[in-house]
Design a protein around this ligand. Structure first.
Ligand code: DLL
Length: 435
């Protein structure tokens, strides 16, 4: 059933919300200017003052910020309050660069719980649910954010953390878990492990999956829903803005609703930084409207998506963005052609008898880029004749070539030999970079 956690804000008329956004934007800009020397100095150099921003459209005059600004300010340089007022620190995983460090005041934690409550209810969780959180409890934001949101709606929270997948499944069975919260790749691994332990994951009684923190396709959603019987929704966020709670799908599963009363969204051309029109793909840029400890000003996420203001049948009036399939820095250039790992996932998931695990190996041979996609095929395939396997391999190569526009090698590997992930999946090994 469609339910909305906070109808006052989630269904507010657009015009009314724009007024609210503008008021909050003015407060945020003033707050950042007065309390963060980094912003003060940059705007002063541009002869810009918070008062010069007289409408939401004027925001375009304000300079962007990016991950590099967090790196340069590591760890506390972008904080707008003294540590005395900060009650929590989180940090992104930093797999690709210096970790981003963020802080939360008491007020920020309260907002975060509210926004994650919207995510939970949007995805179908209710107060009677038992929610197992299989994100890592540590410096990263996924577990703590969703934990607070689910507690706020009155669900029973099991802070399972990541890893020890067998134990994860035992908890699920013994504690009657109905909601699973983790990355979609870990959910797939859990489902697969259930089958290995000799039972059908559909018997677990899972109703709802709240998945996010990495790109995943609708095809993977269908597969997860088919294997587990739950309704799987996507939610998006990033540490620089607060963690999960930035946007979320409702039961329609038709775009992610942006919590626009707390985050102002813009979409820009990743090359030029110019705004792109509604519906056109570009890089998501967010400005926080209520954050106290670390206000985010025109933060360039590196995430590619498009935004629509078309109303949703669920009744929420928030803008929606399409699923984030790629980051600007995820893109592989193979012999001059741009390839995103999610395109590979989409092709593979449409081919029968391919398991939902894959690895991309990129290398350079005689100055030419080579891309190999390793896939597992269903165990039932292996007794078949070699000729059939080869035929299948060529079929997958052809499907990938058609979609990506570049020839790739496909290597079929034994079931269960590719790495499984308990957090964000690492799909690409680029030997051109790692040597
Ligand atoms: O991944 C926050 C989060 C936790 C979101 C749990 C949802 C659920 P970071 O570790 O800072 O924060 O990574 C942020 O992950 O810029 C995207 O590139 C990617 N990302 C996050 N959610 C999604 C999603 C958390 N639903 C970065 N789809 C972001 C695609 C996502 N990519």
């Amino acid at each position: 059933m469609n339910q909305i956690w906070n109808p006052e804000y989630e269904t507010m008329a657009r015009e009314e919300r724009r007024d609210l956004q503008f008021k909050r934007l003015q407060m945020t800009l003033r707050w950042a200017y007065d309390n963060v020397p980094f912003h003060h100095e940059r705007w002063t150099a541009l002869k810009l003052k918070p008062g010069d921003i007289r409408s939401l459209d004027d925001l375009a005059k304000v300079p962007f910020t990016a991950k590099a600004d967090f790196t340069a300010a590591y760890p506390y340089g972008l904080f707008a309050v003294p540590l005395e007022k900060v009650v929590r620190i989180h940090s992104s995983s930093g797999t690709k660069s210096t970790p981003v460090v963020v802080g939360y005041t008491r007020g920020d934690l309260n907002t975060w719980a509210e926004l994650c409550a919207r995510v939970a209810v949007g995805g179908g969780a209710r107060s009677h649910d038992v929610a197992q959180i299989a994100f890592g409890y540590g410096l990263t934001t996924g577990a703590f954010g969703m934990h607070a949101g689910l507690e706020r709606i009155g669900a029973t929270v099991i802070p399972a953390g990541t890893g020890n997948t067998r134990r994860q499944l035992q908890i699920m069975r013994n504690f009657s878990t109905t909601v699973l919260v983790c990355t979609p790749s870990y959910a797939m691994y859990i489902a697969e492990s259930a089958a290995d332990m000799g039972f059908d994951p559909r018997e677990l009684g899972l109703r709802v999956g709240l998945f996010g923190s990495e790109p995943w396709t609708n095809q993977l959603r269908d597969e997860l829903e088919r294997r587990t019987g739950m309704s799987a929704t996507d939610n998006y966020g990033l540490s620089e803005l607060m963690g999960p709670g930035v946007s979320y799908e409702c039961q329609m599963k038709d775009g992610l609703h942006i919590n626009e009363d707390h985050f102002l969204v813009e979409v820009v051309d990743p090359q030029t930084g110019e705004l792109v029109p509604e519906g056109k793909e570009g890089e998501l840029v967010f400005t926080s409207l209520t954050k106290e400890a670390v206000p985010a000003i025109r933060y360039r996420t590196g995430d590619l998506s498009s935004v629509s203001y078309r109303p949703c049948v669920c009744g929420r009036t928030f803008a929606r963005h399409t699923k984030v399939y790629a980051r600007t820095d995820d893109m592989l250039i193979i012999r001059g052609i741009n390839v995103y790992p999610s395109q590979v996932e989409a092709v593979l998931m449409d081919i029968e008898r391919v398991e939902p695990h894959f690895q991309i190996i990129v290398s350079r041979e005689d100055v030419l880029d080579q891309m190999e996609v390793q896939i597992e095929v269903e165990p039932s395939f292996f007794p078949d004749a070699m000729a059939k396997l080869l035929e299948f391999q060529h079929h997958v190569e052809e499907q990938l070539r058609q979609e990506l526009g570049v020839r790739v090698r496909v290597r079929l590997v034994e079931p269960k030999t590719l790495p499984r992930h308990t957090g964000k999946a690492q799909r690409v090994i680029d030997k051109r970079v790692t040597g």
